[in-house]
Design a protein around this ligand. Structure first.
Ligand SMILES: Nc1ncnc2c1ncn2[C@@H]1O[C@H](COP(=O)(O)OP(=O)(O)OP(=O)(O)O)[C@@H](O)[C@H]1O
Length: 256
């Protein structure tokens, strides 16, 4: 399901955080949202999972303005994986993943076979099956991140929005997580700080700089030396190597 953000503007008091931000994520694509600290990435993401209503502009998921959908209808389409730590205490891994089923049934409904199947499938996909009965609070940061992804997958969304999903993950786990997300085939918009990871794993990148989208498109069109210098402040070059992987080389004087 595609995502269309058109001319979104957000201000907090006198401070304009996002100006006229537009981007599209085509159905099935994985798009990385990158930019320096404070550029507005999390704020833009919040407008997509309905945590924040923009002052202007529109956000369409599958062609429908998200604010015309019911809360439950919107939650059936879009799942968000945010930084870990916002999960109710005292739950097991399975119970946390089961929270992802909430948009699919009434508050008092019993868990259906479909719910149980979705939970088991999400636990398997994320490799957390063996930890199903562990206390969520006892997990490592990386394991928690995978459980939060499992909760989002159990929601069976058509759009995934992820805010720095690879925080806490070691290098192999980072690649595995993005690879797993790609394999789900779900349309994804992910805030990523790791430019190398973003360059390897995303179909397109979108660059936010001081609340404006300054570049968007295929990775090598976006990560030019000028963008790396002017937006990220580093002296670097992005190139596709013989093995097909795009890598960023930081030069002897890395700071531009
Ligand atoms: N609720 C709020 N009230 C006031 N200012 C806010 C609020 N939320 C965010 N901001 C400000 O908006 C700007 C953009 O914040 P945002 O979290 O969207 O940036 P970001 O690109 O995700 O940053 P980072 O990479 O550091 O996580 C920051 O200056 C932040 O302080």
């Amino acid at each position: 399901m595609r995502l269309d953000i058109t001319s979104v503007g957000v201000s907090f008091g006198d401070a304009t955080i996002l100006r006229d931000a537009s981007l599209e994520v085509r159905s099935g694509d994985v798009v990385g949202l990158v930019g320096p600290n404070g550029s507005g990435k999390t704020t833009l993401l919040r407008t997509v999972y309905r945590s924040l209503r923009p002052d202007s502009g529109s956000v369409l998921v599958g062609g429908d303005d998200i604010w015309t959908l019911s809360t439950r209808g919107a939650a059936r389409r879009t799942a968000a994986v945010l930084q870990s730590g916002h999960t109710p205490a005292g739950l097991t891994v399975t119970e946390v993943v089961a929270l992802g089923r909430t948009p699919h049934h009434g508050l008092l409904d019993r868990e259906s076979t479909q719910d149980r199947d979705a939970i088991q499938e999400a636990l398997k996909q994320t490799g957390m099956h063996a930890h199903a009965s562990r206390a969520y609070a006892s997990l490592s940061g990386g394991e928690r991140q995978r459980v939060l992804l499992a909760r989002a997958l159990a929601q069976q969304p058509r759009l995934l929005v992820l805010d720095e999903p690879t925080n806490h993950l070691d290098i192999r786990a980072r690649f595995e997580l993005l690879d797993l997300i790609r394999r789900t085939g779900i349309t994804t918009l992910a805030v990523l700080h790791d430019l190398d990871l973003a360059a390897r794993c995303c179909d397109h990148l979108v660059v936010l700089h001081s609340g404006r989208i300054t570049a968007a498109g295929p990775v090598l069109d976006v990560l030019t030396s000028a963008v790396l210098r002017d937006v990220f402040g580093v002296n670097a070059t992005a190139e596709r190597h013989a093995d097909g992987v795009i890598r960023i080389t930081y030069h002897a004087e890395p700071l531009a």
